[in-house]
Write a protein that binds this ligand. Structure first.
Ligand SMILES: *[C@@H]1O[C@H](CO)[C@@H](O)[C@H](O)[C@H]1NC(C)=O
Ligand SMILES: *[C@@H]1O[C@H](CO)[C@@H](O)[C@H](O)[C@H]1NC(C)=O
Ligand SMILES: *[C@H]1O[C@H](CO)[C@@H](O)[C@H](O)[C@H]1NC(C)=O
Length: 452
């Protein structure tokens, strides 16, 4: 496995303790090992990826770009399907609103690819790489208490672990986020606004059916997006053990106890091909989507504990950027800590991490929330305008996000370029050059002058 490539090694190596081996925790572990820090990861699962084996993950160009930069292109290609296009239709009628081919512009400009896979496959790959890089895993272990002041984590077995920095990568309902919320007197959200139904259908069932098999053209892996009245669907093939992913958002409903009824109700009036696909779903998950309050401080009062991934900046479930934000977090954190040379920089770097990541994550959250609202706009004059506009582009043979002849770039396209093209590691380098380096020089010259 090719995991080594030239990256700056930190002059001072320290110990990180990561709580949670989800995508963000694993990304932190991989990235920090690459720059020479020691990492221990605590994970409740006995085997990485076992509980997420049948969940789909969409890896937008920002995410794939980082993994490629870490020399993992062939590992990723072994289990991911490359998306070539997006197709948008009305959910109720199947009327085509527009299409767009990704490969030309997006991929050239963003240096990544849009990939679809099983979440379990992605996590297993990241786990294996982190293990080869020397990260230490404590599987089948649950963190039950954290003492940030003394940097001690207690496991369910009673054992305690210590480190220089604790990273809370344990999600929105984990152990670490509530500690930060409490320090800041912020109440967690209780009222769900949306729910998401998600399911995976085996490829064999889909291609056996004459109506559904068009969803599965191996030559052109397409993301099918359905805009409906108050609900919307994103569906696409996924690589690895070939399957088809189905994701539906609708206003929060009362079917928590019996999700199959909620999905049936949601699919009652959808176009026939999708309805057929829905009938092949044997088990689905229903996820409540909350609008979480934003954490003001991602770094705990001790200056030695930080949150990443959805523990820091929860994005609505199923969003394209859900896992990408966690991988970006790992890339930025490690880029900063590659410059570590004295202990006093540790909390500076953690605060710098927050400064770099918070505005980006807020922008992405707003964009992703806006996308779901745009896709599930209730039938109304604005919705008609949206659909007419898209159909006019399609009739003119223009891709949805293309600049029309003599026209201006569409706002959606400008936003997609901005979100997909962000270079997490460049951002961290810029910070180091402008601020970190300045401070380090000041520190060194103070030391040279004998000032402490
Ligand atoms: C992975 O599985 C666990 C356990 O079932 C679940 O709590 C978690 O939400 C899943 N992860 C994602 C990203 O859905
Ligand atoms: C996991 O941990 C529990 C106790 O915490 C133990 O009983 C069980 O045998 C462990 N399972 C494995 C596979 O190690
Ligand atoms: C994601 O891609 C967009 C568009 O290319 C880009 O602007 C953004 O910086 C990328 N994000 C990351 C974290 O690389």
């Amino acid at each position: 496995m090719a995991i080594e490539n030239a990256s700056t090694q930190a002059r001072l190596s320290i110990d990180f303790l990561v709580i949670g081996a989800g995508v963000s925790g694993l990304a932190c572990a991989m990235a920090l090992r690459r720059v020479g820090h020691r990492v221990v990861i605590i994970e409740r699962e006995k085997e990485i990826g076992e509980s997420n084996a049948s969940e789909a993950v969409r890896m937008p160009p920002n995410l794939s770009k980082i993994l490629y930069h870490w020399d993992l292109q062939s590992e990723v290609e072994a289990f991911a399907a490359k998306s070539k296009a997006i197709e948008i239709s009305r959910l109720e009628t199947g009327v085509l609103l527009g299409t767009h081919d990704w490969d030309e512009e997006v991929l050239r400009e963003t240096r990544g690819e849009f990939l679809f896979a099983h979440l379990g496959d992605l996590r297993k790959m990241m786990f294996n790489v982190a293990l080869c890089q020397g990260a230490k895993f404590r599987l089948n272990a649950t963190a039950v208490a954290v003492d940030p002041e003394n940097r001690v984590v207690t496991l369910d077995s009673g054992e305690t672990l210590t480190a220089d920095v604790i990273i809370g990568a344990d999600g929105v309902s984990g152990l670490v986020r509530p500690i930060l919320l409490a320090e800041q007197d912020i109440a967690e959200a209780r009222e769900p606004s949306l729910c998401m139904y998600t399911a995976i259908v085996p490829q064999a069932s889909v291609i056996k059916d004459s109506q559904s098999k068009r969803f599965f053209e191996p030559e052109v892996i397409t993301m099918f997006s359905f805009f409906g009245n108050n609900q919307c669907v994103i569906s696409h093939p996924i690589g690895g053990s070939p399957a088809f992913s189905f994701c539906l958002w609708r206003p929060w409903d009362n079917f928590e106890e019996a999700p199959e009824h909620g999905l049936l109700e949601a699919l009652e009036h959808v176009e026939p091909k999708l309805k057929k696909l829905g009938s092949m779903i044997s088990s689905s998950r229903r996820v409540s989507v909350f609008e979480h309050p934003s954490l003001e401080d991602w770094v705990d009062e001790s200056g030695r504990m930080i949150v990443v991934g959805s523990a820091a900046h929860p994005i609505l479930a199923g969003a394209n950027q859900y896992h990408a934000m966690g991988v970006e977090d790992g890339a930025v954190l490690a880029k900063l800590f590659s410059h570590l040379s004295t202990e006093s920089q540790i909390s500076d770097f953690l605060y710098a991490f927050q400064d770099l990541r918070q505005p980006r994550c807020e922008k992405v959250l707003a964009s992703e929330t806006g996308n779901i609202q745009y896709m599930s706009m209730p039938d109304c004059p604005d919705q008609e305008m949206r659909d007419q506009g898209m159909m006019a582009l399609a009739a003119a043979g223009t891709g949805l996000f293309d600049v029309a002849e003599g026209g201006e770039e569409s706002p959606q396209w400008a936003e997609i370029k901005d979100i997909f093209g962000y270079d997490a590691e460049d951002e961290a380098d810029n910070w180091w050059v402008s601020w970190g380096l300045l401070k380090q020089r000041a520190l060194e010259s103070a030391q040279n002058c004998g000032i402490k």
